[in-house]
Design a protein around this ligand. Structure first.
Ligand SMILES: [Zn+2]
Length: 238
């Protein structure tokens, strides 16, 4: 369990940096403060703990460190640990860990910037296809779904970004077809409830809403509730 916590924190920290990177030379140079560019010491890079230890400020210039860093790390750690206690409905643990490790950092990035970096979609596609060994590819159905996704984009390009369409395309290629259908339905149910909830409290809301946090939420829920959803789906209740 301790190993899972440490690995989760390190992976989250690394992949959030990869998500936010502007160019490849980030890999070569050392981690720096976002505002003063001071090189960070190794003890400034311990997930979650460094943030608490530094009281959320850079030790050099005292600029506030973005809360997304520790929150992203904490959330990944929690989601890494849960399967140790609670079995997955879709018992593909490799896929679960891949999706958590990639979608949580991208969720925070999408929340902050309303964009999905292209290199993350590509990374998701190639690692996903490799780790699932093309097991969930169903050519006819996948092509059909990708066509529908693009039709949705053409019809609703005001509210759906092409980054979201690409992310859904990757998801359909690396998950079972019914899993993907539950995920997309749940994404819009959770997203819809959220919009209604926000509307109750705010008069004018920004009409652009980051979709990846809801996709990540829905995907993780589907991993745990997969068998229950299958019962409903195949049991004739739907
Ligand atoms: Zn600084």
């Amino acid at each position: 369990m301790l190993a899972t916590i440490i690995i989760g924190g390190i992976i989250a920290s690394f992949l959030y940096a990869v998500t936010s990177m502007k160019s490849i030379d980030f890999i070569h140079r050392r981690s720096q403060c976002d505002s003063c560019n001071e090189n960070l010491k190794w003890y400034h890079l311990i997930p979650v703990i460094s943030y608490i230890f530094l009281k959320g400020k850079c030790s050099h210039c005292k600029t506030k460190i973005d809360l997304s860093y520790p929150l992203c790390e904490l959330l990944v750690i929690i989601l890494f640990v849960i399967p140790l206690f609670l079995g997955l409905g879709l018992a593909d643990y490799t896929l679960y860990y891949l999706i958590v490790a990639l979608l949580i950092p991208v969720s925070f990035y999408d929340f902050n910037t309303l964009t999905i970096p292209n290199h993350m979609n590509l990374l998701f596609l190639f690692t996903g296809l490799y780790l699932t060994d093309l097991h969930y590819i169903e050519p006819i159905r996948d092509i059909f779904i990708v066509l529908i996704l693009h039709l949705i984009y053409i019809l609703f390009s005001e509210s759906v970004g092409y980054g979201d369409i690409k992310l859904f395309t990757v998801l359909t290629l690396i998950t079972p077809i019914n899993f993907f259908i539950y995920t997309i339905l749940l994404t819009y149910i959770i997203g819809g409830l959220f919009v209604i909830f926000i509307n109750l409290y705010k008069e004018n809301i920004n009409n652009k809403i980051p979709l990846v946090p809801f996709i990540a939420n829905a995907t993780v829920l589907c991993f745990f509730l997969y068998e229950d959803f299958n019962l409903i789906y195949y049991g004739g209740f739907l």
